[in-house]
Design a protein around this ligand. Structure first.
Ligand SMILES: Cc1cc2nc3c(=O)[nH]c(=O)nc-3n(C[C@H](O)[C@H](O)[C@H](O)COP(=O)(O)OP(=O)(O)OC[C@H]3O[C@@H](n4cnc5c(N)ncnc54)[C@H](O)[C@@H]3O)c2cc1C
Ligand code: SF4
Length: 482
């Protein structure tokens, strides 16, 4: 334990973002440089509890060894802290940036005080590892002769690939996009997660022996596509980590026509154009000068807000069908559960900076997209709701010429699973038990959002690691993987 009285002496302090005014001018990361002294003070607040809920089932989904690395940071032993962090998490440089910090909701200090700034500490430890070259490729000493094809290169696929390769299996990862990373690459925007970090990881994993094949739509129609049956025949195991990619639509009158886009079409094109040409190719849906309405909250909605503001939108509104969350935990949401409280994320803060107000409007639902005689989008008619029930007489028209649908995802696409005869669960995900991951086709495993439904990066890492362990056990009858 770092400093026994640290939790009494020091208050919670989180690393600030760059000022909204400044960061709105670019797509660079929103974060500021790490301050070792402040982080050490924060680490000193950790009480090294007898039962550290932060790393329990209610806390960090990858069971990060949080009290251990808090203590090491307090003692200025950053390299050891990095080793302990890498023991449980394949991509802490990602979770340290984008995780909602489930751990902090379960921090014991959080019962009476503000929790330790655990996520900031993870972020700084990971960055130090990258900057100081502590991240070394783990090349397996020998090969088992077993081959595994992984379909999808999001956090679930990549963490499984790394784990399976580490015990000597030969791993090939197939990705239909032109870059690896799944939603870490083309969902989460660059200002939240700098994409060169993913390139560094790809280099490391290739050195370790993992092969990547991009622009390959397994079972689909792209030019380089391959049949999923061939992958199944030619490999000992196929692991599906294809994500939950079917977006939820808003099938109200006026849906057909210009101006209404799925959030992922907007976000993906923006990041691709940024990476390909710094936006010079203009190959993206621009919000410049437009009245934008984002339908749906959550991370996806916030990312649409942040991106629209950087394009230079004329106005911005965000609809949320749910009521405004409370400022403090409700009685049915006690510690150590993840707090469902009002959060002001980076996009909301930036909207307030630009237009003087938080863009969110709660308890509201779309009734009809309004179009002119030529079919051009002019706005949307809404109605207020309570418990999803419409409140009569509350219709309102809003002007808009770009509407982004960020209403979540319905599950995976099925053109990969159908030829493999995989059972689906009641939510149309690939059916497989958590921590078992084997589907109804014994050679085929599933992990990540395609199995559990739309979730978080840290849960995808948890699933990728668990699937790797179970695949290793299936192939070798025993396993040393955690
Ligand atoms: C806009 C947005 C922002 C988000 N922000 C956050 C955040 O801030 N923090 C957080 O924790 N989580 C966030 N999430 C959720 C998180 O990104 C996902 O839960 C996570 O990426 C799921 O990982 P996965 O590996 O299961 O799938 P994905 O990341 O979806 O990766 C699946 C991959 O499979 C590929 N694929 C699919 N079918 C095929 C095929 N037939 N052949 C070849 N490849 C295929 C896809 O192209 C994709 O690259 C966000 C999600 C979105 C949409
Ligand atoms: S991965 Fe998320 S839950 Fe786990 S320690 Fe990091 S911020 Fe906390």
């Amino acid at each position: 334990m770092g400093k026994p009285t640290g939790f009494k002496e020091f208050s919670r302090a989180v690393e600030p973002y760059r000022p909204a005014k400044e960061r709105l001018l670019d797509f660079k990361e929103i974060y500021t440089d790490h301050d070792d002294q402040k982080l050490s003070t924060q680490a000193a607040r950790c009480m090294d509890c007898g039962v550290p809920f932060c790393q329990s089932g209610e806390g960090c989904p990858v069971y990060n060894l949080i009290p251990e690395w808090n203590d090491l940071v307090y003692q200025d032993r950053w390299e050891e802290a990095f080793d302990r962090l890498m023991a449980t998490n394949n991509f802490p440089e990602v979770t340290g940036r984008v995780c909602p910090a489930v751990c902090e909701g379960a921090c014991v200090l959080g019962i009476t005080e503000s929790p330790v700034a655990i996520k900031n500490l993870e972020f700084a430890i990971a960055d130090k590892g990258f900057q100081n070259g502590w991240l070394k490729p783990q090349i397996p000493p020998s090969r088992t002769g077993k081959t595994i094809a992984i379909v999808g290169s999001g956090p679930a696929g990549l963490s499984a690939a790394q784990q399976l390769n580490s015990v000597g299996h030969s791993v090939k990862v197939y990705e239909r996009a032109d870059r690896i990373g799944g939603l870490m690459m083309y969902g989460i925007p660059n200002m939240k997660l700098e994409k060169s970090l993913l390139d560094q990881r790809k280099d490391q994993m290739e050195t370790e022996g993992i092969e990547f094949f991009t622009n390959v739509d397994v079972g689909g129609n792209l030019k380089n596509s391959i049949a999923v049956e061939d992958l199944n025949t030619n490999n000992d195991v196929v692991l599906l980590t294809t994500g939950a990619t079917k977006p939820r639509d808003l099938p109200i009158p006026g849906r057909e026509g210009n101006g209404v886009h799925f959030a992922m079409d907007f976000l993906k094109a923006n990041t691709k154009s940024l990476l390909d040409s710094k936006h010079k190719d203009e190959n993206f849906i621009s919000a410049k000068g437009k009245k934008v309405i984002v339908i749906g909250g959550g991370d996806t909605g916030t990312d649409c807000i942040g991106t629209s503001l950087r394009h230079g939108c004329k106005s911005l509104i965000n609809f949320e069908i749910m009521p405004k969350p409370p400022e403090e935990r409700a009685s049915n949401n006690p510690w150590p559960l993840f707090p469902r409280t009002l959060k002001v994320d980076y996009g909301h803060e930036e909207s307030a900076e630009t237009f003087g107000n938080d863009p969110r409007v709660y308890s509201i639902s779309g009734k009809e997209f309004i179009r002119d005689e030529q079919g051009n989008l002019k706005g949307i008619r809404t109605i207020e709701v309570e418990n999803f029930e419409e409140i009569e007489g509350t219709e309102k028209d809003w002007e808009a010429d770009l509407i982004l649908l960020a209403m979540g995802f319905l599950g995976p696409e099925h053109y990969v699973s159908e030829p493999l005869n995989i059972d689906l669960d009641e939510r149309s995900n690939y059916k497989a038990e958590h921590n078992v991951h084997q589907t109804s086709n014994p050679n085929v495993f599933a992990a990540g959002d395609c199995r559990r439904g739309q979730s978080l990066v840290v849960w995808a890492i948890n699933e990728g690691r668990a699937a790797a362990r179970e695949i290793d056990r299936y192939l070798m009858e025993e396993t040393t993987l955690p």
